[in-house]
Write a protein that binds this ligand. Structure first.
Ligand code: GLA
Length: 379
C-alpha cells in the first residue's frame, strides 16, 4: 500500500481537484521503557514510529474542512468550542481551539487526513493526530516549538477529551530524532536522543486486541501514585528514593514499587544502550513487563501471552507491553539476524488467550526510530 503521505496527496486531489500547499505529519510512538512514569514527573524512553498521520493543508476563507480516509468528513468554524465536534474531529478541533486560546495564529484550511498508525493499539494514534493538526493549523513558521506543541496536545487529551494522560506520547511525536530513541525528563521536558545499539532491532507486535484507554483504571493508577507521593512527603514519585516504597502499605506500595523501580530501569537502559550492552537492555525490558503485570496491574491476558511467546524465540533479548496497557501492542528487542525467523515463528506459534481474543490481525513490525512531526511545502 502507498504511504499515508502519498495517499493524502492523492485523496486531496481526488476530493478537491487541487494540490495542497503544505503537508503536516506526525508519527505514532512505541515506548522502549519507562511506563507510567511520565505523570510521576519521571523519565521515559520512547521512539517515534515510521508510521505517521498526515494532514494536507490548502488555505480557505471558510470553515476548517477535513476528509478522513477512514473516518468520514468534518467541518467546523475555528472560533467555536471543540465540544461541538465528535469522534476524531474533536482532537483536531481541540488542537485548534487551544492553540487559538494560547494566542497562536490559526488559519482555516481544507484538507484530508490519512494515517498508517493503527488506531487504539497503544501506539499513540491520537497524539500523532494532535501534533499533525497543530502544525497544519498554524501558518508556515508560526507553529509552537516542540515542547509547547506537546503541552497543547496533552491539554487536548486532558481538557477536551477528558483523559488524564501524561506528556510522553505528544512530546516524542513532536520532538523525536531520526535513528534514536528519545530520553524525556517529564518534569523539565528536556530531551536527549539515545541511539539504538548496533545489531538489534526494535520489533512491535500487535496482539490485535483493542481497548479504549481504560480511563477509570488509568485515573486510579494516577490517584494511587499521587497518594504514594503524599504519604512520602514528596511533590511527585520522581523525588522519592528507590526503596521508599517500603515505607508504604498494600496497593499504594505496589504502585510505588513499580514507578520507583521503573525509574531505575530507565537509567539502566540508557547506560546499557550507550555501551551497547543489549543483554542488559533486554533484561530490563523483561523486568519492566513483570512489574507492570504484577505491581502496577495494567497488563492483560493477550499482552502476557504475547510477551511469553516472544521470550521463547531465538534472538529475542527481551519483551514487554508498551503504552498504557490492557490491550494493543508489545515491544521486543531482537537480534537483527533473527528478526525474519522471529516474525515467522511468532505468527505461527502465538495462541490468543480465550479471555481476550484478537479482533484485528496480529502484526509483527520491525521499526526504525523515525523523525518527529514536521510540515513541508508542496512544490
Ligand atoms: C498512555 C499515556 C501516556 C503514558 C502511558 C503509560 O500512553 O498517554 O501519557 O502515561 O500511557 O506510560
Amino acid at each position: 500500500m502507498a504511504s499515508a503521505h502519498q495517499r493524502a496527496l492523492d485523496l486531496h486531489r481526488a476530493r478537491y481537484g487541487t494540490t495542497p500547499t503544505r503537508v503536516a505529519s506526525a508519527p505514532g510512538r512505541v515506548n522502549l521503557i519507562g511506563e507510567h512514569t511520565d505523570y510521576n514527573d519521571g523519565h521515559v524512553l520512547p521512539l517515534a514510529l515510521p508510521m505517521r498521520t498526515v494532514i494536507t493543508v490548502e488555505p480557505t476563507d471558510g470553515p476548517v474542512t477535513l476528509v478522513s480516509e477512514a473516518f468520514g468528513e468534518t467541518s467546523f468554524d475555528p472560533s467555536t468550542p471543540a465540544s461541538t465536534s465528535t469522534g476524531w474531529a474533536r482532537y483536531v478541533h481541540g488542537a485548534v481551539e487551544l492553540a487559538r486560546r494560547e494566542g497562536y495564529e490559526v488559519l482555516p484550511w481544507r484538507g484530508v487526513v490519512t494515517t498508517d498508525v493503527p488506531v487504539g493499539a497503544s501506539l499513540s494514534s491520537s497524539a500523532a493526530l494532535e501534533m499533525a493538526a497543530l502544525l497544519a493549523a498554524c501558518p508556515a513558521g508560526g507553529a509552537p516549538p516542540p515542547a509547547s506543541l506537546a503541552r497543547l496536545g496533552q491539554r487536548v487529551e486532558n481538557e477536551v477529551i477528558g483523559l488524564g494522560t501524561g506528556i510522553m506520547d505528544q512530546l516524542v511525536s513532536a520532538a523525536a530524532i531520526d535513528g534514536a530513541a528519545l530520553l524525556i525528563d517529564c518534569r523539565s521536558l528536556d530531551t536527549r536522543p539515545v541511539p539504538l545499539p548496533a545489531g538489534v532491532s526494535v520489533v512491535v507486535v500487535d496482539t490485535g486486541t483493542r481497548r479504549e484507554l481504560e480511563t477509570s483504571a488509568y485515573d486510579e493508577r494516577r490517584a494511587d501514585c499521587a497518594e504514594a507521593a503524599r504519604l512520602l512527603g514528596v511533590d511527585a514519585l520522581r523525588d522519592a528514593a528507590p526503596d521508599d516504597w517500603r515505607r508504604l502499605d498494600g496497593r499504594v506500595a505496589m504502585r510505588a514499587r513499580h514507578v520507583l523501580g521503573e525509574q531505575v530501569r530507565v537509567a539502566g537502559a540508557v547506560e546499557a544502550m550507550i555501551v551497547g550492552d543489549v543483554a542488559t537492555l533486554g533484561r530490563l525490558m523483561n523486568e519492566s513487563h513483570d512489574s507492570l503485570r504484577d505491581d502496577y496491574e495494567v497488563s492483560s491476558p493477550a499482552l502476557d501471552a504475547m510477551v511469553r511467546a516472544t521470550r521463547d524465540l531465538p534472538g529475542c533479548l527481551g519483551a514487554r507491553m508498551t503504552g498504557g496497557g490492557f490491550a494493543g501492542c508489545i515491544v521486543a528487542l531482537v537480534a537483527d539476524a533473527a528478526v525474519a525467523g522471529f516474525s515467522r515463528e511468532l505468527v505461527a506459534t502465538y495462541r490468543e488467550p480465550a479471555e481476550q481474543p484478537s479482533t484485528e490481525p496480529i502484526a509483527v513490525m520491525a521499526v526504525r526510530p523515525s523523525p518527529g512531526a514536521y510540515v513541508e511545502s508542496v512544490d
